[in-house]
Design a protein around this ligand. Structure first.
Ligand SMILES: [Zn+2]
Ligand SMILES: [Zn+2]
Length: 107
């Protein structure tokens, strides 16, 4: 009889522990999601001397014939639209995706 009581008590403890873990996990997910959301909402300042990461020329062209649309990523890499499309053909940060690829290769 005593052994049965002990088993039930252990079982109770186990389920309480699982419940606690689940609560911690949910609140962790929520706070991380909020953090991500905050970072995505942050503004990106672009100054006059910033360079295009594609052609390394100034992002704001003085001459109208060099002027182009500008693409700004959340990672703060900036490209002329033409330079970006010439390298990737899509709106993806070339620098960050290259870094990701090399990180995957190491691991
Ligand atoms: Zn450029
Ligand atoms: Zn980037």
């Amino acid at each position: 009889m005593q052994a049965l009581v002990k088993i039930l008590q252990d079982y109770n403890l186990q389920t309480e522990l699982e419940d606690g873990c689940r609560r911690v996990l949910v609140s962790d997910c929520y706070s991380l999601l909020q953090k991500l959301n905050r970072q995505h909402r942050r503004g990106v300042a672009i100054e006059d001397d910033y360079l295009c990461q594609g052609c390394q020329r100034k992002i704001f062209a003085r001459e109208i014939s060099y002027a182009s649309d500008i693409i700004v990523f959340n990672c703060r890499h900036i490209f002329h639209e033409n330079c970006l499309l010439a390298t990737t053909g899509e709106f993806v940060c070339v620098i960050c995706s290259a870094q990701q690829k090399s990180e995957f290769r190491i691991s």
